[in-house]
Design a protein around this ligand. Structure first.
Ligand SMILES: Cc1ncc(COP(=O)(O)O)c(C=O)c1O
Length: 360
């Protein structure tokens, strides 16, 4: 990846989602990567049941009941947990606390690491993934010498690829003074989350923060609940950084109800596994698209002919199907889009839209 591509978007951070375009045009959103089954019924019922009681009162600033539910769900202590208004809020606290002079970011990846680090005045060292979008652990370790912090995303966004072995190698070989934010926001939607998560090893690394999100796993993007698992010392520092009542009351009860329905995520994982393979192989047969293999609920598609921004806009206008234009990812050019793996019906609409665009 060229330096020009890496520097191109250094000061901006665009996202997918229906509000990234004229939302009235969107019939199927394949640009955001949330659980294809949406929010669990139990969470909707909890909101309906509690809206009258909860809306007039201030929420629990400490999210005690939610932390207790997360503690049971993850088998970690509540003192290791931090709850944020989405995982993104925790990324900003992490940078506020630890990104002082320089941070290391493998690219392409989720853009908020870069923006949050810049806000604290830290310099960013971008380390490009190789041409197959893989991490070079040795290079990362070398570039991280003397850095305040490093960001790792497993599976990575936008590639959807897991690099658990390389991530472990990097974490083990970093100086303990370098803080690590390991973003596992999509890990519950890969085929084998338990074989890839580092949550049960959190006690081994005082400098590690593992980030998770109910946005993705339980389809709750609009409610905004994310959390992290870290040492109790880091969790206490996060607690000092937060504003009061950062997670609203309805989001808290919905999250507690969602966590009681872990089978919801298991069902989504089964669908994603089957649908990802089906969608991938059908796209592969098309003339002008090259799908890139992924472990998650989304994957990249290389466009042989089109520019990704005009492609996204034209496809939305013609078909009502929205995909993620990847030209805004640092380290990427305008030849990729990212598609989410959704239910069979929605995936077929995406496929039909791509077929229609294949002739354009
Ligand atoms: C890798 C990654 N981490 C974190 C987030 C933010 O998650 P949340 O919605 O919980 O703030 C996103 C959102 O797209 C993401 O892609």
């Amino acid at each position: 990846m060229c330096l020009k591509c890496i520097l191109k978007h250094a000061d901006s951070c665009a996202h997918g989602g229906i509000y990234s375009v004229d939302h009235r045009l969107v019939k199927v959103d394949c640009s955001s990567n949330v659980n294809p089954l949406g929010i669990p019924r139990a969470a909707i019922e909890a909101i309906k049941k509690n809206v009258g009681r909860i809306s007039p009162v201030y929420p629990d600033s400490e999210c005690k009941d939610l932390k207790a539910a997360l503690s049971r769900f993850l088998s970690v202590s509540t003192s290791q947990l931090t709850v944020g208004n989405g995982a993104v809020e925790i990324i900003y606290w992490f940078c506020q606390l630890y990104a002082k002079k320089r941070v290391v970011i493998p690219v392409p990846t989720f853009c908020e690491y870069e923006v949050a680090a810049r806000r604290t005045g830290a310099k960013t060292t971008f380390v490009a993934l190789n041409d197959s979008f893989r991490l070079d652990p040795n290079l990362l370790i070398e570039k991280s010498r003397g850095a305040d912090a490093i960001f790792l995303c497993n599976p990575n966004n936008p590639t959807g690829m897991l690099s658990t072995k390389d991530v472990k190698k990097v974490i083990k070989n970093l100086d303990s003074s370098t803080k690590i934010l390991l973003d596992e926001c999509f890990i519950e939607l890969v085929d084998k989350p338990e074989a890839n998560t580092l949550i049960e090893r959190i006690g081994e690394f005082e400098n590690l923060v593992i980030l998770r999100s109910l946005t993705k796993s339980f389809g709750m993007a609009g409610l905004r609940v994310g959390y992290s698992v870290s040492s109790p010392i880091i969790a206490a520092k996060f607690s000092e950084a937060k504003i009061p009542w950062n997670v609203n009351g309805l989001a808290q009860v919905a999250a507690i109800a969602a966590l009681s329905d872990a089978a919801h995520v298991d069902r989504a994982r089964e669908i994603i596994k089957k649908e990802r393979q089906c969608l991938y192989s059908r796209i592969k047969k098309l003339e002008n698209f090259v799908p890139i293999e992924s472990d998650a609920n989304y994957f990249l598609v290389r466009l042989k002919k089109a520019d990704s921004t005009s492609f996204r806009d034209l496809m939305l206008k013609k078909t009502g199907v929205l995909v993620r234009d990847c030209s805004t990812f640092t380290g990427m050019d305008s030849s990729y889009i990212r598609v989410a793996v959704r239910t069979r019906k929605e995936n077929m609409l995406l496929l039909r839209a791509l077929e229609e665009m294949d002739d354009v």
